[in-house]
Design a protein around this ligand. Structure first.
Ligand code: NAD
Length: 469
């Protein structure tokens, strides 16, 4: 297990360290360097130096190194999954799923790195020829969250595929997965300075530097909307190019013409992934009047079978990430119950564990309607008509994803168009694919990750060139 930061191809300790804990047992896993602004400046300088060579390396050569890294990840799957479960808590099978997802994404991004296109245009002025080309933007800084501590940092390797270099600051709860990525990058022969990892306990000083440093040309941030807004403000002075993957408050709509069993199946597949701690996860269950009771009943029967415990045991749910996460879930549930929600399932668990909570008769006055829950809570709201459902689904400052179930083709088309979200799942909650653009509308973000065109273009500048005849 790597426990030092990685700057300019060297493993770097710090005068100060901070502790990382196993969220299930509460036991210390490792002490990690608590680095500061000077270290971050060194990492930026290293990335800047490395950019000169990496950006002009033949795209196929860069791609080969990234594919090699992806293959190494596959080979070391068991070891990496154990580290992920240890520091984040998710069940081992889910940890493997997250890592393999990353392998697929990385191979795909590496290949797309060989297919960055511009275009030639027919200039109306006969004395000129015009082309437009894409070039890597430069040094990129990445700030990532704890919920997918392997996959989200790995997604930022799209920057490397495009010819940029990276300084990554992982979340303080889960830095080790990112350090393992540095280990894998080193193993794959990715040159020093191309990928750097800065670790710190308090993200503010280093985060501000990464968002403001004039050498950093792009900031890619995945995390809460509040921190995203702060980083956008910080980056304004240097007009930073940004990708912001922010919070969500995603609805699931179940219409009276839905296949109810499929809807429940889809609901459970996504709701309990990562113990409900997914940005594109289900936050609000909107169910049409006539199928409301049947839906709640089916959910109750299924939820009773869900187990929670150590991610190393055969369980469905691991612990929540930290005390604050658990307090937030309890606050939202208590507020909902005080405002009239009826708990169908609600039991207290020890430590950071949290078993499924099912609330019926939820209403839009409750805090849980507006706030991201990030826990295994199903709050079921009622709607009467399709118009009500769409109005309710869009009644949020977020717009990351939305999902619905209906067997009516015309309704599917209407509702898919009407939902204000970057990603829409129709009769599925599995709407994520590296080949599709992923990102939010409204306060859920700016820009896209993944997607045939968007994925690598996000890390390129466009240049228009006119040639005189
Ligand atoms: P967070 O915003 O608290 O932290 C995210 C990252 O930002 C961490 O690395 C943290 O250290 C850093 N950070 C925190 N304060 C900072 C500051 N003042 N300056 C610079 N950096 C700072 O979010 P979180 O709790 O780690 O993650 C959960 C959030 O992330 C949820 O809102 C979730 O929806 C969102 N998320 C979004 C996506 C997406 O793709 N849209 C994916 C995963 C998570």
């Amino acid at each position: 297990m790597r426990t030092k930061a990685y700057i300019d191809g060297k493993w770097v300790g710090g005068k100060k360290t901070f502790k990382v804990f196993d969220p299930y047992s509460g036991k210390e896993i490792a002490k990690i360097p608590d680095l500061g602004v000077q270290d971050a400046k060194r990492a930026i300088a290293a990335a800047h130096k490395a950019f000169a060579k990496w950006s002009v390396m033949p795209a196929q050569e860069r791609s080969d190194k990234l594919v090699k890294m992806a293959c190494q990840i596959e080979k070391r799957l068991d070891e990496l999954a154990r580290i992920l479960t240890l520091e984040q808590g998710k069940p081992l099978e889910e940890a493997k799923f997250e890592i393999l997802w990353g392998v697929k994404a990385m191979k795909w991004m590496a290949e797309e790195g060989c297919r960055i296109h511009g275009y030639a245009s027919c200039d109306p002025d006969p004395d000129r020829s015009a082309i437009s080309i894409r070039q890597p933007v430069g040094v990129v800084s990445a700030i990532t969250p704890w919920n997918f501590p392997f996959y989200v940092p790995l997604k930022t390797f799209a920057a490397l595929a495009a010819g940029c270099t990276l300084v990554l600051k992982p979340a303080e709860d889960t830095p080790i997965c990112s350090l393992m990525l540095a280990d894998l990058a080193e193993e794959a022969g990715i040159p020093k300075g191309v990928f750097n990892v800065i670790t710190c306990k308090d993200p503010r000083a280093v985060g501000n530097l990464l968002a403001t440093h004039p050498i950093v040309k792009k900031v890619t941030f995945t995390g809460s909307t509040e921190v995203g807004k702060h980083l956008l403000k910080m980056g304004a002075d240097t007009i930073k190019n940004t990708t912001m993957e922010l919070g969500g408050n995603c609805p699931l709509l179940v219409f009276d013409d839905a296949d109810l069993d499929k809807a429940v199946e889809g609901a459970f597949n996504l709701k309990f992934l990562n113990n409900g701690q997914c940005c594109n996860g289900l936050n609000r269950f909107l169910v049409q009047d006539s199928v409301y009771d049947a839906f709640v009943k089916k959910c109750e029967a299924r939820a009773k079978k869900i187990t929670c415990g150590s991610g190393f045991k055969k369980v469905n749910l691991g612990p929540l990430i930290n005390e604050n996460a658990k307090k937030k879930v309890i606050r939202l549930v208590n507020d909902a119950v005080a405002k009239g929600a009826k708990p169908v399932l609600y039991s207290q668990e020890k430590g950071l564990l949290c078993s499924p909570i099912l609330l019926r008769d939820a209403n839009t006055k409750m805090a849980i309607w507006r706030e991201e829950i990030f826990g295994p809570v199903i709050a079921v709201y009622r709607f009467k008509t399709e118009e009500d459902a769409i109005r309710m689904a869009n009644d949020t400052r977020y717009g990351l994803a939305a999902y619905f179930y209906s067997e009516g083709m015309k309704r599917c088309m209407r509702v898919a168009r009407a939902l204000e979200a970057g990603i829409v799942g129709v009769n599925t909650t599995n709407a994520y694919s590296i080949t599709l653009p992923f990102g939010g509308w409204k306060e859920s973000g700016i820009g896209r990750e993944g997607g045939i065109v968007e994925s690598l273009n996000a890390y390129c500048e466009l240049k228009a060139i006119s040639f005189a005849r």
